[in-house]
Design a protein around this ligand. Structure first.
Ligand code: FAD
Ligand code: FES
Ligand code: FES
Length: 957
């Protein structure tokens, strides 16, 4: 990288130093790159595999570690997603990992034991992230944690199996009941904007800047704005990235890494703030969580900054706690700048409350502009320096909203901000600011409606009608799947305006008090739940409730999963080459020459290299209806179908090489079927593998109504937290396979059939799974067979770990379902006969019950009970009677009725779904019990797969 002459100005550092769990590590920059994440460093270089990895985009939280810093003489600990942090950002950091805070030798940490004892782990894959998130909250900067803070701080740590009740319950037991305290503004020691430094920040701005050099790039750490601007000048045409929290890559992947990285996290001008009664000037790279703290404090201090409290509440809905701990305001605004369609919450609130951005260019010229005008600026070689916020007095009304698919950790479907200046008692509009996000790339203000409302009385039916019409005309959402439909987003935007009006409208002006509930947000109280274990002591110890045997191993990061297996000598890594072509396309040519030339690449294996059958669903299993191809041979069956496996010396090289394989396709002559409905409508028999019809054996005569309907459930990603992975090691007579699989003999038979080798030469070992949810029954054999082929051919260990997106793309997902039914019922909703297509999935029959209740105007619970076999399911009838009393169902139903009568826009309901399960036993597993001669110790090896259900604990029982 010739053009950037940082080497002349700054010193070169070829090492960085950090502490991980009390041990000092020196990292030679020759061994890493700016793209090496802290997570990779922990897992691959330091062998600290307690910290997990799944999405690598800041969304799942399995990778959370805690960082300790000293600010103004006070210890502060905060959680970060190690998958987003570059190892180069960690120079001087003190990091705590799950192994470091407690373990079998030093003793377990209370967070680890509390989660384990509270039954807060099933597969345990999320547990290290849960533990470290809680550890950081507890060790945080002196805040007194409240139960509600704890409950609201786990949106960034997903658990797929346990259910959050035991997790939240366990962690809430560790904190006090009272609310947290807010710091005094003076404690936060704002810097003077004129440059006078008030912080005990160790004079970071005076520290010397330095750089690390790499083959393709440079990483520079700057401590003041002058150095930053100098670097941007000297960079000339080199591509560059300013590194704040480095979290934006979790939202939009970086496909072309830049030539120059500039770490700006210690630039004083960008990370301090100044406030007085006339303005709040925020350094643009203050983190989102620090910003909320500052906003709350300033709102407490200054009357005309009350709106900052609303801004803070809105920011608390952005991303997750660990992302907000390092993600910054400027970083967020720059995402919006680059991807105008991004429904940035930060942009929305800044534009709503008329923030001014101060931007500097390399000649140190300052540009002051609105967020909207900033989007039109060419930001090359410019830095957002400050965000300036002004007081807003009591003549204004405001509110912002974010509507998202989940309550936490999701981007907005639509977000909205309203700021109105009103005149006197008539509430005449002097000025209106109506902003929506999530509409289209170009839509920001509902400008025509803002104009229309000027001078009008706001809380007036005629005005409202005109406003709705105007919004309806000017809001034209574009559709970019997977976003919600344009109609939904448009209606949502208009409804939010209505919500704002209902919220602000004086109660006496509301024509009907039933309307007011539409103006308030749903408040989620602290959750309450209990779980009882009603087991029969006569069956003890077999059914005795005991803590799971490996629970504390899971919560302390000791439990080993497939991807944690250490790399072996001559280890290689596999990456799938997938079809980037619609189904029914034809592969004409595969050109892997460029990929194979990449240093470190060993080979590409395709269908032609398979000595046996090209399938991972072997015929020899006997029960599999279709022998699905391992690698595509000609006709593409589905977009992203694997075509081959690239094997290289590192995971990064394999992934890079897989992208470099060039494939030519002929476009399909027949259109692909995109869902089950299309297959059924076209009566495409060759696509129907299993088509059952549920034909009634007898029909009742008491028919009041015949109801027909369709129940359709789309396909569903399994969302196991541990992505598919496998390690295969060649042995003297065959292969050892370590798959993340629920079906070990499938892995064995599939590899044997594909390689045409005897089954007895293949050993399979599974320690445990990080969840499966159906995807690790038959799908995992895709990986184990591919890795077996490569290991067999190369005589080297081969590991495949599917990146999250590939995992979603190649796995096919859970089956979609279409159930077409006709059901006849009597006046009580008792089914007289039911004709239906496949009734697989409880969803279909529950949906039929719901439709019967609706069509017959009956209570849905009564319809279910009326159709329960009272002899076969006598217990369900007993439970129903019991629950009437202890849950006081009649009183609840009455309360719901009266609430619903009083509220037009908010409704309450209650759901009760009786269920009975039969225990199906479909497999026998061999068990080996060994008694050790020395002390009579008993060892049990069994063929069941531990995936969270506690099979090992049952064996111990
Ligand atoms: C899981 C997840 C969920 C999220 N959810 C939401 C959400 O619900 N709503 C929402 O609005 N956002 C959301 N975000 C976005 C999040 O707010 C941003 O990722 C974060 O604020 C970016 O800040 P950063 O410091 O990490 O930026 P970085 O990644 O460090 O930088 C991003 C870009 O900004 C540029 N940049 C940084 N500072 C400056 C500066 N001072 N001047 C000029 N350019 C600069 C960099 O060059 C880079 O191109 C989410 C992110 C993640 C990972
Ligand atoms: S959040 Fe880091 S791996 Fe998912
Ligand atoms: S225990 Fe949380 S993902 Fe399995």
């Amino acid at each position: 990288m010739e053009k950037c002459s940082v080497d002349k100005k700054f010193k070169n550092l070829d090492k960085i130093q950090l502490h991980i769990s009390g041990v000092e590590y020196t990292v030679n920059t020759a061994d890493v790159s700016p793209e090496t994440t802290l997570n990779s460093y922990l897992r691959e270089k330091s062998n600290l595999t307690g910290t997990k990895r799944m999405c690598v985009e800041g969304g799942c939280g399995t990778c959370i570690v805690a960082v300790e810093e000293n600010v103004n003489g006070k210890r502060n600990v905060f959680a970060v997603n190690s998958c987003l942090v570059s190892i180069l950002s960690c120079h001087g950091w003190k990091i705590h990992t799950v192994e470091g805070i407690g373990g079998p030798v030093q003793g377990f940490h209370p967070v680890q034991t509390t989660l384990a004892r509270g039954n807060g782990t099933q597969c345990g894959f999320c547990s290290p992230g849960m533990v470290m998130n809680m550890f950081a909250l507890m060790e945080g900067d002196g805040k007194q944690l409240s139960e509600s803070t704890v409950e609201n701080s786990f949106g960034g740590v997903l658990c797929r199996c346990t259910g959050y009740r035991p997790i939240v319950h366990s962690f809430r037991s560790l904190v006090r009941k009272e609310q947290g305290v807010i710091k005094d503004i003076e404690d936060m020691k704002p810097c003077k904007i004129d440059g006078e430094c008030r912080t005990d920040c160790k004079q970071k701005c005076k520290q010397e800047s330095y750089y690390h050099a790499f083959q393709q790039s440079k990483w520079v750490k700057v401590h003041n704005l002058n150095d930053l601007l100098d670097i941007l000048i000297s960079a000339e045409d080199a591509s560059y990235q300013l590194v704040g929290g480095n979290t934006a890559r979790g939202v939009y992947y970086i496909t072309n890494p830049p030539q120059l990285y500039v770490d700006i996290t210690s630039v004083n001008e960008l990370t301090t703030f100044y406030v007085d009664a006339r303005s709040l000037i925020l350094g643009a790279n203050i983190t989102l969580n620090k910003t909320t703290e500052i906003f709350k404090n300033v709102a407490n201090e200054y009357q005309n900054f009350q709106y900052l409290r609303d801004m803070a509440q809105h920011i608390e809905k952005v991303a997750t706690v660990p992302v907000r701990n390092i993600g910054t305001i400027a970083g967020n605004l720059m995402i919006k700048h680059k991807h105008n369609e991004f429904p940035s919450d930060i942009f929305l609130i800044m534009e709503t409350f008329k923030a001014t951005l101060s931007i500097v260019d390399t000649s140190d010229e300052e540009i002051l502009c609105s967020p909207q005008d900033f989007l039109r600026l060419n930001m090359s070689k410019k830095v957002i320096k400050h965000i300036i916020l002004k007081p807003i007095d009591g003549t204004h009304q405001w509110k912002t909203y974010k509507i998202m698919p989940r309550a936490q950790n999701a981007h907005a479907d639509v977000n909205a901000g309203f700021l109105f200046k009103l005149d006197g008692s008539q509430a005449k509009v002097e000025s209106a600011n109506i902003i929506f996000g999530g509409i289209s790339k170009i839509f920001i203000h509902a400008g025509k409606t803002e104009e229309l409302l000027k001078g009008k009385t706001l809380f007036d039916n005629k005005t409202l009608k005109q406003a709705f019409q105007s919004l309806d005309a000017e809001i034209q959402p574009t559709w970019e799947p997977p976003e919600a439909t344009p109609t939904y987003r448009k209606n949502l935007a208009i409804a939010l305006f209505y919500k704002f009006i209902l919220n602000k409208c004086p109660r006496e002006l509301l024509t009907n008090s039933r309307l007011s509930s539409g103006g308030t947000m749903l408040q989620r109280p602290l959750s309450v739940a209990t779980q009882e274990f009603g087991t029969n002591p006569q069956n003890y110890p077999l059914s005795e409730p005991v803590p799971k045997v490996e629970a504390v191993a899971q919560t302390s990061g000791q439990a080993e999963y497939c991807a944690d297996l250490p790399n072996l000598p001559k280890q290689t890594f596999g990456a799938f080459v997938t079809a980037a072509a619609v189904a029914n396309s034809h592969i004409d040519q595969i050109d892997a020459s460029e990929a194979l030339d990449l240093p470190g690449v060993q080979a590409l294996f395709t269908a032609e290299d398979i000595p046996g059958n090209n399938t991972f669903q072997p015929k020899m299993m006997g029960t599999l209806p279709v022998q699905e191809e391992l690698f595509c041979t000609g006709r593409v069956k589905y977009y992203y179908q694997p075509i081959g496996l690239i094997v290289a010396d590192s995971q990064e090289t394999a992934l890079k090489a897989a992208e470099m394989v060039k494939i030519k396709y002929t476009a399909p002559t027949e259109a692909p079927f995109l869902n089950v409905k299309q297959v059924v409508e076209a009566n495409a028999k060759n696509r129907m593998k299993h088509n059952t019809n549920f034909v009634p054996r007898k029909k009742g005569n008491d028919i009041k109504k015949i109801i027909k309907g369709d129940y359709y459930m789309s396909w569903q990603y399994h969302f196991h937290m541990e992505v598919q992975c496998c390690q295969v090691v060649p042995t003297e007579d065959g292969l050892d396979i370590y798959p993340a699989s629920q079906w070990m003999d499938l892995a064995q038979l599939a590899a044997a059939e594909a390689l045409a080798i005897p089954t007895q030469t293949i050993n399979v070992k599974v320690r445990r799974l990080g969840g499966g949810f159906g995807a690790k029954i038959s799908r995992s054999a895709m990986l184990s067979t591919a890795a077996s082929l490569a290991a067999y051919k190369l005589r080297r260990p081969v590991k495949i770990w599917l990146p999250f997106i590939t995992n979603m793309n190649v796995m096919g997902k859970r089956y979609p379902l279409l159930c077409r039914y006709e059901v006849a019922v009597n006046a009580q909703g008792v089914i007289q006969y039911l004709k239906a297509g496949t009734l697989e999935g409880m969803g279909s029959i529950e949906s039929i019950f719901e439709q019967i209740s609706y069509e017959m105007n009956l209570d849905p619970i009564q319809v279910r009970l009326a159709n329960t076999d009272k002899v076969k399911h006598a217990k369900i009838m007993d439970y129903w009677k019991d629950i009437q009393t202890w849950a006081d169902i009649p009183a609840r139903q009455q309360a719901i009725k009266s609430f619903n009568a009083q509220n037009r826009w908010k409704k309450r309901g209650m759901s009760l779904i009786p269920m009975a399960w039969t225990l199906e036993f479909s497999a026998n597993f061999s068990v080996l019990v060994s008694i050790v001669h020395g002390d009579g110790g008993i060892m049990v090896s069994h063929g069941g797969i531990e995936m969270g259900q506690g099979i090992n604990t049952k064996v111990c029982n």
